[in-house]
Design a binder for this molecule. Structure first.
Ligand code: FES
Ligand SMILES: [Fe+2]
Length: 384
């Protein structure tokens, strides 16, 4: 491979059920994952069920206001406790099989006939808990009993984009209101979706509306991703005559409440590995969460967050939502198109990164360090 090109991962890394199973264990079951908007758990007993890290997990709001995450498996005989994806538990979480009953935080509070047995300590039969944090107005869960540092693996990568610990706070993500949520059911590997977000080489080809608003993306340079590594922490500038981050460049809505003038007319993009992508503009935030379901299947849940006044006053957010919904549809279509080649013998040895994509190799290194079957696939493909 010439020095100006860097090899990609081999196709097998994106198509193999074995690689996906190892990624589930070594990445998704060990990392902090963003699972729900805090406001979706508005009252004690409110719950969401999510599939992450190979487990079904119930996220609930406790009586004391804290968020809890428990595995969706009864400690009696293993029955699935919740089969709905969201709702509000009336008083407790009661297993439909033999009626073992758990509090919102997973403590076993009642089980028929169990009180008669003096050698049973109910505390030993609570639901299996996962680690939980709330940050940026989202609930983050880690299935590991030995979680990585939340500060180092979630907070620091987000602040890195701005080169300081203050700027992200000015976007007040924890206080914004959800104006729209769209879920994209994508027939592509989660890594293809992340890699696609890391580069703008595709921008001039597939994102005509986006490059109209952000003309520097016309060059295909991923300034939004490379700036931080080059010590340049500015965002991408809106084009001359562009009034807002909207489908036609017309004015958007009331800006975020505490944004400073230096952030006006700027777009910032960032990722928090392994499954969050955040795009920040002066009047809204586009917040993506990836939920990988199989090697070739990923759900992407995308929230549009606005100043609470925008939602309360029913300002028209249609043109704001339409821009990134269009971008998402364009991105997901090319990710599905790329997935189609992953199991071909033409791609067994992978492809190449051109210079404006070289930073994607950092993500490959991050995956390689965690997933041995990816390293094995690479070794085999270079021998072949
Ligand atoms: S399996 Fe849940 S109470 Fe028996
Ligand atoms: Fe894109």
């Amino acid at each position: 491979v010439p020095a100006s090109l860097i090899p990609t991962l081999p196709g097998h890394a994106y198509a193999s059920a074995e690689v996906f199973a190892e990624e589930t264990r070594e990445i998704f079951a060990r990392s902090w994952l963003c699972v729900a908007r805090s406001s979706q758990l508005s009252e004690p007993g409110a719950f969401r069920v999510v599939d992450i890290g190979g487990e079904s997990v119930i996220v609930t709001r406790g009586r004391d206001g804290s968020a809890n995450a428990v595995l969706n498996v009864c400690r009696h005989r293993g029955a699935r406790l919740c089969t709905e994806s969201e709702g509000t538990l009336p008083r407790a979480l009661r297993c439909p099989y033999h009626a073992w009953t758990y509090d919102f935080d997973g403590r076993l509070i009642a089980a028929p006939n169990l009180a008669d047995l003096p050698d049973i300590d109910r505390a030993d039969y609570g639901l299996v808990r996962a680690q939980v944090r709330e940050w940026l107005g989202y609930v983050w869960v880690c299935l590991s009993d030995d979680p990585p540092s939340f500060e180092q693996t979630v907070v620091a990568p987000a602040n890195e984009r701005f080169g300081n610990d203050q700027t992200l706070g000015r976007y007040t993500l924890d206080r914004l209101s959800v104006g729209a949520t769209i879920t994209y059911d994508v027939a592509a590997n989660w890594k293809i979706i992340i890699e696609n977000f890391y580069e703008c080489y595709h921008c001039p080809t597939i994102h005509p509306e986006l490059v109209e608003v952000l003309p520097e993306f016309q060059q295909g340079l991923a300034t939004q991703w490379t700036a931080a590594t080059q010590g340049q922490f500015k965002g991408a500038d809106f084009g001359t005559g562009i009034e807002g981050f909207t489908i036609d460049g017309a004015a958007g809505v009331t800006p975020l409440p505490e944004l400073t003038a230096d952030l006006d007319r700027q777009y910032f993009g960032m990722t928090i590995r392994p499954q969050v992508i955040i795009n920040l503009v002066p009047d809204h935030i586009i917040f993506h969460r990836l939920f990988p379901l199989a090697a070739d299947h990923t759900l992407v849940v995308c929230d549009w967050l606005f100043n609470p006044e925008v939602v309360a006053n029913h300002e028209d957010t249609t043109r704001s939502v339409a821009l990134f919904d269009r971008v998402n549809q364009q991105d997901m279509a090319v990710c599905e198109r790329a997935q189609l080649g992953m199991s071909s013998r033409a791609y067994a040895g992978g492809g190449v990164l051109v210079p404006v994509e070289h930073h994607i190799n950092d993500f490959y290194d991050w995956v390689r360090a965690r997933v041995s079957s990816v390293r094995t696939a690479e070794a085999l493909s270079t021998v072949g």
